[in-house]
Ligand binder design. Structure first.
Ligand code: NAD
Length: 485
C-alpha cells in the first residue's frame, strides 16, 4: 500500500520535473531498515518518447555550443559534486546499503568521470595530414552522435551513471537516463546539481521505470546510441535489441572474478584485499572477488586467515560507524543468495562459514553474513553463476597454469587478480588470463575514468567500452574532409 507521507519521484523531461502519467509506482526501500524512502514511477514508452523528443530539440543547440563552453558546465558541476560529497554518499548508503566509507569512495569515482569529461576540448580534437598527395590534404573532425540512452544498475547509483552522461554530454550529445528502479534517488540529485551548474533544459532527461522504459529507449528511432550496465541476460538482450534497431550499443554485464594467490605472496596483505573485494558492497560489485584459487601448499593457511578475517567483519546499517558489511539490495535477492548457499552444500562444497547464521540476518533489513565455501569445483553452480552477494568460493590448484585454466573456464571475464612477489609470474598471468581488467597485489582492479572499463567474453557486449578514449569514440562520430588546393 502507498504510504502518502513519502514522495513519489518525478521524471525530468525537457528541463521540467513532471509526474509520470502511468499511475504505477514501486517503493524504494532502505535495504538496511526496510523503510520506504520514496516511490519510483514505472513510466511508459510514451514518456520515453516525450523525453527523446525534448532531447532531440535540445541537441540542436547543445551540439553546436562551443566545446570549451560545454566543458565549463562540467567544471562547475564537478565543484558542486565536491561541495555535496557527504550528502551524495549518505544517499547512496540509504538507497543501496553499502557502508558510508564505500559510498564516499563511490562519489569520488563519479567525480573523476566528470573531471575526465571536462577535458572535452582535448578529447574532441580531430586529426589532420597536410600532405596526402601533392596539394592535397585530409582532416578528421569529431562530432556528437545525437540522443544517447543510458540504463543503469542498482549497485553503483552514482559511479555507473557518471560513466555515461557526463562524457556523452560533454561531447555534445543529449542524454535520457533510466536509473535502476531500486536506486533512483541519487539520479535525481545528480541531475538537480547538473542543472544548477548551468546545464540547459532537455540536455539531460530522466525517465524512471523498468522494462517498458528500457524497451522504449531501445526501439525509439530518435535514440542514436545506448549505454547499458547490468546483469548478463539483460545486457545481451539490450545489445541484440538495440543493434537490431540500428543503434550503437555498449552493454556491460555480469562477472565472476577470480583471485589467484601464489605461495610467495604476502598472505596477510592478500587476505585484507580479498576480504574487502569479496564482502565490500555486500559482494554486489561487478569487480567483486567471487573465487579465490590458492596455489601450492598455502591453501590451508590461507583458508584459516580468510575465515578469521571474515569472522571479524562488522555487519549492519552502513551509516553506523565501523560497519563493513551492509545488506544486499532486496528481500528476493537475499532469498536467492540463501538458495545458492543451500545449493553449494548440496553440490558437496565445504561450507566453512555460514552467513545465514549471523545475528543481523534475523532482524529488519536484507542481511546475509560473509559466507565461505572451500573445495569448490568448476562443475558446481556456485562456481558458474554470478551470485552477486557476500559468498566467496575457495579452490585449490597445483600451479599458476592450473589456476589460470580454472579462471579461463568461466563464461565471464571482467577482472582477475594475482597475489605474488614474482615478476615472471605477473607476466605469465597477464599474458594468459582471459580477463579484461587485471590486478596485481590488489583486490578490485577497477580502472579509473580515463581508461576503458574493459570486460571480455560474456561480461561485455559491444565494441567500444565505457570511459577513456573508448568512451569518447562511442559518444562521437567522425567527418573526414579531403581538400585539393
Ligand atoms: P539488472 O540487469 O537487473 O538491471 C539493470 C538495468 O536493466 C536496470 O535499470 C533494470 O531496470 C533494467 N532491467 C532489468 N531487467 C530487465 C529486463 N528484463 N528488460 C529490460 N530491462 C531490464 O542488473 P542489477 O541487478 O541492477 O545490477 C547488477 C548487475 O549489474 C550484476 O550482474 C553486475 O555484475 C552488473 N554490473 C556490471 C558492471 C560492469 O561494468 N560490467 C558494473 C556494475 C554492475
Amino acid at each position: 500500500m502507498t504510504n502518502t507521507n513519502v514522495v513519489t519521484l518525478n521524471n525530468l523531461i525537457g528541463g521540467q520535473w513532471v509526474p509520470s502519467a502511468s499511475g504505477v509506482t514501486e517503493p524504494v526501500y532502505n535495504p538496511a531498515t526496510e523503510e520506504v524512502l520514496a516511490y519510483v514511477p514505472i513510466s511508459t514508452k510514451e514518456e520515453v518518447d516525450q523525453a527523446v523528443r525534448a532531447a532531440k530539440e535540445a541537441f540542436k543547440s547543445w551540439s553546436r555550443t562551443a566545446v570549451p563552453r560545454r566543458a565549463r558546465v562540467l567544471f562547475k558541476y564537478q565543484q558542486l559534486l565536491v561541495d555535496h560529497w557527504e550528502e551524495l554518499a549518505r544517499l547512496i548508503t540509504q538507497e543501496n546499503g553499502k557502508s558510508y566509507a564505500e559510498a564516499y569512495g563511490e562519489v569520488q569515482r563519479g567525480i573523476e568521470c566528470v573531471e575526465f569529461a571536462a577535458g572535452a576540448p582535448t578529447l574532441m580534437m580531430g586529426k589532420q595530414l597536410p600532405d596526402i598527395a601533392t596539394n592535397l590534404e585530409s582532416g578528421m573532425y569529431r562530432y556528437p552522435i545525437g540522443v544517447v540512452g543510458g540504463i543503469t544498475p542498482f549497485n553503483f547509483p552514482m559511479m555507473v551513471p557518471c560513466w555515461m552522461y557526463p562524457l556523452a554530454i560533454a561531447c555534445g550529445n543529449t542524454f535520457v537516463l533510466k536509473p535502476s528502479e531500486r536506486t533512483p534517488l541519487l539520479a535525481q540529485r545528480l541531475a538537480e546539481l547538473f542543472i544548477e551548474a548551468g546545464l540547459p533544459s532537455g540536455v539531460l532527461s530522466i525517465v524512471h521505470g523498468a522494462h517498458d522504459v528500457v524497451n522504449g529507449i531501445l526501439e525509439h528511432p530518435g535514440v542514436a546510441a545506448v549505454s547499458f550496465v547490468g546483469s548478463q541476460p539483460v545486457a545481451e538482450y539490450v545489445y541484440r535489441t538495440g543493434s537490431a534497431h540500428g543503434k550503437r550499443v555498449q552493454a556491460l554485464a555480469g562477472a565472476k572474478n577470480h583471485s589467484i594467490v601464489l605461495p610467495d605472496a604476502d598472505l596477510d596483505a592478500a587476505v585484507t584485499q580479498i576480504i574487502s573485494a569479496a564482502f565490500g558492497s555486500a559482494g554486489e560489485r561487478c569487480m567483486a572477488c567471487a573465487v579465490v584459487v590458492a596455489v601450492g601448499d598455502i591453501g590451508d593457511v590461507l583458508v584459516e586467515k580468510l575465515q578469521a578475517a571474515a569472522d571479524a567483519i562488522t555487519i549492519g546499517n552502513g551509516m553506523e560507524e565501523g560497519v563493513f558489511l551492509g545488506p544486499v539490495i532486496r528481500g528476493p535477492h537475499k532469498e536467492r543468495t540463501l538458495g545458492y548457499i543451500e545449493t553449494g552444500e548440496k553440490e558437496g562444497a565445504t561450507l566453512l562459514r555460514d552467513g545465514r547464521k549471523d545475528a543481523a540476518t534475523s532482524g529488519d533489513g536484507y542481511f546475509v553474513g560473509p559466507t565461505l565455501f572451500d573445495n569448490v569445483q568448476c562443475e558446481m553452480k556456485i562456481w558458474k553463476d554470478e551470485i552477486f552477494a557476500p559468498v566467496l568460493s575457495i579452490m585449490r590448484a597445483e600451479s599458476l597454469d592450473e589456476a589460470i585454466e580454472i579462471a579461463n573456464q568461466s563464461e565471464f571475464a571482467n577482472g582477475a587478480c594475482l597475489f605474488t612477489k614474482d615478476g615472471g609470474s605477473v607476466r605469465h598471468f597477464r599474458e594468459n588470463i582471459d580477463a579484461g581488467m587485471l590486478g596485481v597485489n590488489l583486490g578490485v582492479p577497477a580502472p579509473m575514468a580515463f581508461f576503458p572499463f574493459s570486460g571480455w567474453k560474456k561480461s561485455f557486449y559491444g565494441d567500444l567500452h565505457a570511459n577513456g578514449s573508448d568512451g569518447v569514440e562511442f559518444y562521437t562520430r567522425k567527418k573526414m574532409i579531403t581538400t585539393r588546393w
